[in-house]
Design a protein around this ligand. Structure first.
Ligand code: NAP
Length: 286
């Protein structure tokens, strides 16, 4: 397969950023503060179990303190809220992550809102979303934040460029659009009711696909030279991990492209480490 687009390697960039996290963590430790992340998992969703294990391992590898709290799916909402409250008041914990999805009897929004905004390293709290909206310091959601770092890594200047985001979820699409806007791109947000997706993507200098469906973006939908970031995580017919983008086709047209796996995925965990470290540094400064 001939590939013309340059690959934006999420593993390589993550390695570099995690080394920086490890160095800053050492510096904080030398001042007597170890950044700490608490990961809370309720129930036994197999994908969630893998995600939380990877998050905790990444923390420990970078020298951060990390605790994994695992609870039965029968845990009540009140019990979970009480755990979040305890973690809010635990000085050894600077970041709190409650792994989603939660069991149906627990109101995920209520739980996320119970996390102290100062420890909201997932960036899902309404206060974090509001801070991003008005351009104030807060925590940016890790996946779109990782996408921004990928653009930065290729020295891409967004000023005056047209960025098209496909997907409008609260955790990826919407914050992604705001981050691109903050860097002076002109942003179009597409979703399931967009009338002519191809007409939109063909105008784009940058495309972020965050849908969760294979082949949402094919080569005929991409302007030559566009930068394509693939957030999607899907399985192909053989059960292999793949993104939303037809990689083989689009990489013949784009200037840069992120692969799946090895693209945005590792960057999401990396930005969680960055946010946790940042939370600890802020706690140290206050
Ligand atoms: P989500 O909440 O299901 O949102 C999907 C979005 O795609 C929705 O806004 C939906 O529109 C839109 N959409 C659905 N079909 C479409 C179509 N045919 N054309 C245009 N837009 C369409 O998903 P999410 O949480 O944002 O995640 C998106 C994907 O990214 C998933 O594959 C997820 O697994 C992956 N993900 C990866 C990472 C990572 O670390 N790599 C992190 C988070 C998520 P409506 O709003 O109109 O329904």
């Amino acid at each position: 397969m001939r590939t013309t687009a340059k690959i934006i390697d999420g593993n390589a960039l993550s390695k570099q950023l995690r080394e920086d996290v490890a160095a800053r963590t050492s510096a904080l430790k030398a001042r007597g503060l170890t950044p700490g992340l608490a990961v809370v998992l309720v129930g036994d969703n197999p994908a969630s179990q893998v995600y939380v294990r990877n998050k905790v391992k990444a923390c420990l590898d970078a020298g951060l303190h990390s605790v994994l709290e695992k609870y039965e799916a029968t845990m009540t909402e009140a019990e979970l809220l009480a755990r979040v409250d305890a973690l809010n008041n635990d000085p050894s914990i600077h970041g709190i992550l409650v792994q989603l999805p939660l069991p149906a009897h627990i109101d995920a929004h209520k739980v996320i809102e119970a996390i102290s905004p100062a420890k909201d390293v997932d960036g899902f709290h309404v206060a974090s979303a509001g801070a991003l909206m008005v351009g104030q310091p807060g925590f940016w959601p890790c996946t779109p934040y990782g996408c921004m770092k990928m653009l930065e890594s290729i020295g891409y200047d967004l000023r005056g460029k047209h960025a098209v985001v496909i997907g409008r979820s609260n955790i990826v699409g919407k914050p992604m659009a705001l981050m691109l806007l903050q860097k002076n791109a002109t942003v179009t947000v597409c979703h399931s009711a967009t009338a002519n997706l191809k007409a939109m993507t063909l105008q784009a200098d940058v495309i972020v696909a965050a849908v969760g469906k294979r082949n949402v973006l094919t080569a005929d939908m991409v302007k030559p030279g566009a930068v394509v970031l693939d957030v999607g995580m899907n399985r192909d017919d053989a059960g292999k991990l793949c993104g939303d983008v037809d990689f083989a086709g689009v990489s013949q047209v784009a200037s840069h492209i992120t692969p799946v796996p090895g693209g945005v995925g590792p960057m999401t965990i990396t930005m969680l480490l960055v946010n946790t470290l940042e939370a600890a540094e802020r706690a140290c400064a206050s």
